[in-house]
Design a protein around this ligand. Structure first.
Ligand code: NAD
Length: 484
């Protein structure tokens, strides 16, 4: 049985918070025991991170840090297959996804933020003074200090490095709390940190659950100087409360119930390809995924038919097999949550265009499978249409006018992402300006330039990360005013 330990001050250590099991979602089998961090382990991790700020790390120039960030990217790539296997075992996601998205982006995040910090500038202002001598203001970028990084399970390495890379680029130290479902890649990254010569204490990992455990111990720790979190909206609110005690800044990337809007003039084939990914990629476990689809009446039947066909086209099975295109969901608990929505849809008389149940995958009967599912016919206030399900499913509803589509899209407490499908640039631009979300794609989905602002409005988050926006969150700007 594999053992997964905490990584504190450059060493792998047992925690005092007991042990918990890690399941391979494809079979349900336990493949690892994880050592959970207790309060004293979290204290040790935060203490190590605080001390490291005063050590060699704190003295490094930006080019020296940049060189280390590039080595981290190379270090992940050098052990690509190990990261890949660890991510697949933790999540059950197919190799075809993890090898194209999760692991390459995990490495790329370090290179992207190495570039960002090298080219980052700060402001200078010359000012007049009554004596005529004038004064010069300039801002100096420094780290905030110890950053708590709390991560979800859907894209474990990708989303963790999305925060760790800019935090380190800005000179901070970090304590990471990966999801209890997916502890492996964050731990493996500890080995790479040592291999490439990141000073001890700069990167620490504590394992365990959230409330009353490692997550809460970390986010409420008085020596943490900032908290960055990706996960559910309700967890974000709890973390914000914990961070308020001590007035620590927070960056919150939260849940969504993202609309897709398809107009009559959309390119049918390209739209079905894109929206199919938006609904089903990563078994629907993508915060940016589309669970509400609004389709203009003229193309409605074709989209319903085409998307149902897409849903039926996935090959489910062994995630290590390159032919597999869809895996399980993350856990038995999450499968039951997703299936409870399938049941609610059925009970309310939804028309099930595809899926709606549990597939029979020979040889993997213990896995957490759910069928890719497409419904129509539910009211706008039905839980299937209002709540984030985080499964491979979507509800389609027809609309007639642009105004109606915008109203429907905005009728949600969430505001993370939207996609618009049309050949008319005017329509695309008008609608994109009015949908209340942080990220809008036109004729695409999940097309990411990592320099762009990324984050949600309304209940989908606070703040923006990506490019200079990440640098803003992970830096403390200090203005210096020199009287000349
Ligand atoms: P979650 O909120 O249940 O857990 C996320 C992390 O928070 C885990 O590490 C967990 O242990 C920890 N945690 C839970 N309660 C805590 C507490 N009280 N204090 C401190 N830590 C606590 O989320 P999840 O189920 O792992 O992930 C799925 C959710 O993440 C979905 O809602 C999805 O939309 C969201 N998500 C958002 C984005 C984005 O960029 N906006 C990206 C990916 C996922």
């Amino acid at each position: 049985m594999q053992k997964i330990q905490n990584f504190i001050d450059g060493r792998f250590v047992e925690g005092t918070g007991g042990e918990f099991a890690c399941h391979f979602p494809t079979t349900g089998e336990v493949f690892a025991e994880v050592s959970a961090a207790g309060q004293n382990d979290v204290d040790a991790a935060v203490g190590a991170a605080k001390a490291a700020l005063k050590g060699p790390w704190g003295q490094m120039s930006v080019p020296e840090r940049v060189a280390l960030l590039r080595k981290l990217a190379d270090g992940i790539n050098a052990r690509f297959d190990e990261f890949l296997a660890a991510e697949i075992r933790d999540t059950g996601k197919p190799r075809s996804i993890a090898s194209h998205i999760d692991i390459p982006r995990g490495a790329a995040n370090f290179n992207v933020f190495a570039d960002q910090i090298l080219t980052a500038s700060t402001e200078t202002f010359e000012m007049a003074t009554p004596d005529g001598g004038g004064a010069l203001n300039y801002a100096v970028r420094g780290p905030r200090g110890v950053i708590a990084v709390v991560c979800p399970w859907n894209l474990p390495l990708l989303l963790m490095t999305w925060k760790v890379a800019p935090a380190l680029a800005c000179g901070n130290t970090v304590v990471v709390k990966p999801s209890e479902e997916t502890p492996a890649t964050a731990t493996l990254l500890g080995e790479v940190m040592n291999e490439v010569g990141i000073p001890r204490g700069v990167y620490n990992v504590v394992h365990g659950f959230g409330p009353g455990a490692a997550g809460e111990f970390l986010t409420s720790h008085p020596d943490v100087d900032g908290v960055t979190f990706t996960g559910e909206t309700t967890t974000g609110a709890a973390i914000m409360k914990a961070a308020a005690n001590g007035l620590r800044p927070v960056s919150l990337e939260l849940g969504g119930k993202n609309p897709g809007i398809i107009f009559d003039d959309a390119d049918l084939e390209a739209t079905l390809e894109g929206i199919g990914r938006a609904c089903f990629a990563n078994t629907g476990q993508v915060c940016l995924g589309t669970e509400r689809l609004y389709v203009q009446r003229g193309i409605y039947e074709k989209i319903c038919e085409g998307l149902a066909q897409k849903a039926r086209s996935y090959k489910m099975g062994d995630p290590f097999d390159t032919a597999t295109t869809m895996g399980t969901v993350i856990s038995a608990e999450h499968r039951d949550k997703v299936l409870s929505f399938y049941e609610k849809a059925r009970a309310s008389g939804a028309e099930v265009l595809a899926g709606g149940g549990v597939p029979d995958i020979k040889g993997y009967e213990g896995g957490y499978w759910v069928e890719p599912t497409v419904w129509t016919g539910l009211a706008e206030d039905h839980p299937v249409v209002t709540d984030e399900i985080f499964g491979p499913c979507t509800h389609i509803q027809p609309f007639d006018t642009e105004e109606e589509a915008i109203t429907l899209a905005n009728d949600s407490p969430y505001g993370l992402a939207a996609s618009i499908w049309t050949r008319d640039l005017g329509t695309a631009h008008r609608v994109a300006k009015q949908v209340e979300v942080g990220i809008t794609w036109v004729n695409s989905w999940f097309l990411r330039d990592l320099r762009t602002p990324f984050g949600g409005s309304k209940a989908s988050g606070i703040g923006r990360e990506g490019g200079v926006h990440s640098l803003e969150f992970y830096s403390e700007l200090r203005n210096v005013c020199i009287k000349l």
